[in-house]
Write a protein that binds this ligand. Structure first.
Ligand code: NI
Length: 260
């Protein structure tokens, strides 16, 4: 059974067949799905999807690309959404210095800090997006020693990964691990305890090989599981079982609603 720990089923690319696609997950080896909001509107929509499907859970948060919208009112709205029992994390939040039209670094860092503080007050884990912002992301993690979280699509060095593991954090890996330039991610996968690895799609983005460029969905996490199994010298079954349990533990999910 697979736990896709990072999906965006609110994305417009699922508008034409969202319900049919989610209903089809039965029989494709997918047991649980975490769908994440990138802004307040998407966070509301993510929760709506999670309420409709017992095997889907939601994260609420404002992504660095939308961080300019995060004011006191929106933070309160996130807090109210997070009170729902289907919301299991604050995410997707983080820092993204790749895109020039994103908000200035200080604005992004303050927005991340406010959402880390929200997660702390709610005792929820966080899901971090870190693109070209690794040093600042790590320094904010260190500012909040009592917040646990995950770096999704982890792109940092093995040394930082080990520090995150020591701090109780998890590392998420998706389709990018199957690409030709994945050497660094594979080194990290080999260097951290299996118990701290989560698998994800980031769908509709980042479809794994041999489906790269197509719309991604949770059924394709199996390609990521295969890659991790290869790197760790384990069977795909063992990796699937371990990462499923890791996801349940990380998000504090009991899986009565899982697909069978
Ligand atoms: Ni994402």
């Amino acid at each position: 059974m697979i736990f896709d720990t990072h999906a965006h089923y609110t994305d417009g690319r699922f508008d034409s067949d969202r319900d049919a696609l989610l209903s089809s997950m039965r029989g494709k080896g997918v047991g649980l799905i975490m769908t994440l909001g990138d802004n307040l509107k998407e966070s509301r929509a993510a929760l709506e999807i999670a309420r409709r499907y017992p095997f889907v859970y939601a994260g609420v948060g404002v992504h660095p690309s939308d961080i300019a919208e995060l004011d006191d009112e929106k933070l309160d709205a996130l807090r109210s959404l997070a009170a729902d029992e289907k919301v299991k994390c604050i995410g997707e939040i983080g820092l993204d210095y790749y895109w020039n039209d994103n908000a200035p670094r200080e604005v992004q860092m303050n927005g991340l800090r406010r959402q880390m503080a929200l997660a702390r007050s709610l005792s929820l884990p966080v899901v971090i997006h870190d693109r070209e912002a690794h040093a600042d992301s790590m320094s904010i993690v260190r500012e909040f020693p009592d917040v646990r979280g995950e770096f999704h699509c982890y792109s940092g060095a093995a040394e930082d990964a080990k520090e995150l593991v020591k701090r109780g954090w998890y590392l998420g890996f998706g389709g990018a691990t199957t690409y030709k330039n994945a050497r660094r991610a594979l080194e990290v996968i080999a260097a951290v305890p299996l118990e701290r690895i989560l698998v994800e799609t980031d769908c509709p983005y980042l479809a794994p090989e041999p489906f790269r460029g197509r719309r991604n969905d949770s059924s394709l996490v199996s390609e990521v599981v295969k890659k991790i199994a290869e790197v760790r010298g384990l069977s795909a079954d063992e990796v699937e079982r371990a990462t499923y349990e890791n996801g349940k533990r990380f998000f504090n999910i009991d899986d009565r609603g899982r697909l069978k």
